[in-house]
Design a protein around this ligand. Structure first.
Ligand code: MF3
Ligand code: CO
Length: 253
């Protein structure tokens, strides 16, 4: 599939999809507390998404059974919310969500520290977010796609972290996953030339230990092979001729 360049009308709709998703994440962050089940997070997320007239894009996506992916500690991404999984003080919790507004998608993830967490966990969460910002320094018309990938991967590896290789960022628009795939590690090739109007979901997934991951028996939850902690940070990004526009993060940059 070719990479789509969005019209100004499409960008308007994606901007709104991103703005609503930013609110969803803020509300979920406020609600997150020790003792809460991961299913309660999912229920609240779905309710907020629907209250804005949006559809939770993950629900039933390839059979995924929830609206919010909740991935705790050594879970990297795609954790399935459960009534039996309780968030504890000291956990790091990655929340990944997507909304569809008038046919247009946004996709964003945050990793939160619940109460007091170890220094190692705090550093991981901070560096994962920094990886995203390092990557988007190159997210500009005229640069190549894998400039972003290399910047993310080097930033993490220079600090001793493992960069997940089995999952990537992606284009986004009328579908959750559009071309191109966006690796979070250095590539030998340059990748496509970036053009204004492309919309990309850039999403580093970073581990304290090795890069290797496994899929759990539920066929969704991705865990680190060495069971080290993992963090995830993602925004939907619009490429322009100048600085990129973060559609799912307008405040607190
Ligand atoms: N943000 C995730 C991604 O880009 C979407 C989760 S896929 C789902 O891969 F199936 F869990 F919805
Ligand atoms: Co994504």
């Amino acid at each position: 599939m070719p990479i789509t360049v969005k019209s100004s009308r499409e960008i308007e709709l994606m901007t709104e999809a991103g703005r609503i998703l930013e609110i969803v994440h803020k509300e979920l962050e406020k609600a997150l507390h020790p003792g809460m089940t991961t299913k309660a997070i999912d229920r609240l997320g779905e309710e907020i998404i629907r209250s804005y007239g949006c559809i939770p894009s993950f629900l039933d996506y390839n059979g995924y059974p929830a609206s919010i992916c909740v991935s705790v500690n050594d879970e990297v991404v795609h954790g399935i919310p459960s009534e039996h999984r309780i968030i504890r003080e000291g956990d790091i919790v990655s929340l990944d969500a997507g909304v569809i507004y008038k046919g247009y998608h946004s996709d964003a993830a945050r990793t939160h520290c619940v109460g007091e967490v170890s220094k190692e966990a705090q550093d991981l969460v901070r560096v994962t977010r920094e990886c995203f910002f390092e990557g988007i320094k190159y997210a500009k018309e005229g640069n190549h796609l894998f400039d972003i990938s290399g910047a993310i991967g080097r930033y993490a590896e220079e600090r001793g972290y493992g960069v997940v290789r089995d999952l990537c960022g992606h284009g986004i628009g009328t579908a959750l996953h559009e071309a191109p795939e966006i690796p979070n590690y250095e590539m030998k090739r340059k990748g496509v030339l970036l053009k204004a109007g492309m919309t990309l979901a850039i999403e580093p997934m970073i581990n304290i230990g090795g890069w290797e991951v496994d899929w759990m028996d539920d066929d969704w939850t991705v865990v680190t092979r060495d069971h080290s902690l993992s963090a995830h940070y993602e925004n939907t990004v619009l490429i322009t001729e100048n600085e990129p526009k973060l559609l799912s993060l307008t405040e607190g940059i």
